[in-house]
Design a protein around this ligand. Structure first.
Ligand code: HEM
Ligand code: HEM
Length: 184
């Protein structure tokens, strides 16, 4: 058995996997709802997407606060030595970019809703302030930016998840275990 390297703590692990599932669901759901013809049903799904997206934004805030108070465990020396220079740089850069997208995507979605003149009322009870004034041209740009940022998230998280699985199944270096619960 290889020694288990220093790991992320339980709240970081719970937030990582909860957000990975929630954001994957939001992308799939977002693409599905926008493919539907106009109907009251589509409007209802738009609201569910907005509520789940605002929940993701709240989780991102909790996660960032936790992360600032608890720095990531350093890579084990053996893993770091086996990585090429660009891989070490990509490791931190991709994580930072993912954190950026956790905020950018929902804020663009929220701003888009404001620009179209449809305020966000979370779970039908908590009205959020409008982030931008009603503006048709701005709404078009924000919609496009929300869409592109969501695609960037898909690309980066696929790269990230693929790299993590390569560490686990090809390198067998115990890195995946850092983002799971301790078995003892
Ligand atoms: C991390 C959170 C979020 C993710 C990953 C996400 C992802 C997506 C995706 C993939 C689409 C389909 C894009 C397209 O094909 O045009 C979409 C559409 C949409 N999203 Fe989000 N979204 C998130 C948060 C939000 C939030 C917080 C709001 C508003 C409060 C929002 C409002 C919308 C709206 C209104 C659309 C429909 C745009 C259209 O009519 O084409 N989203 N979202
Ligand atoms: C197959 C799916 C995934 C696997 C196997 C995986 C695995 C991991 C592992 C092992 C780490 C810790 C890396 C280290 O030890 O330095 C990590 C960190 C991270 N993952 Fe994932 N992940 C997956 C999907 C995702 C997705 C979909 C997202 C974004 C939506 C994501 C966002 C992050 C972020 C932001 C970090 C950095 C955490 C921090 O330092 O606070 N992951 N992931």
């Amino acid at each position: 058995m290889r020694p288990i390297p220093e790991r992320y703590r339980v709240p970081a692990v719970v937030l990582h996997w909860t957000m990975a599932l929630l954001l994957t669901g939001l992308v799939v759901f977002g693409l599905y709802m926008t493919s539907l013809p106009f109907s009251p049903q589509r409007l209802k799904l738009y609201n569910w997407h907005k509520w789940a997206g605002i929940t993701a934004l709240a989780l991102a805030s909790v996660r960032l606060a936790w992360r600032l108070a608890h720095p990531a465990p350093p890579l084990p020396a053996s893993v770091e030595a086996a990585m090429r220079g660009w891989q070490r740089r990509a490791h931190g850069t991709v994580h930072a970019a993912l954190y950026g997208l956790f905020f950018l995507i929902p804020l663009l979605g929220w701003s888009y809703s404001s620009a179209t003149g449809i305020p966000v009322v979370v779970f039908g009870v908590l009205p959020l302030p409008d982030l931008v004034p009603i503006d048709k041209a701005l709404a078009g740009s924000l919609k496009q930016a929300h869409h592109l940022a969501a695609y960037a998230l898909v690309a980066l998280s696929a790269l990230h998840g693929g790299a993590a699985l390569k560490h686990h199944f090809i390198d067998h270096d115990g890195l995946l275990g850092r983002m799971w619960f301790a078995s003892r």
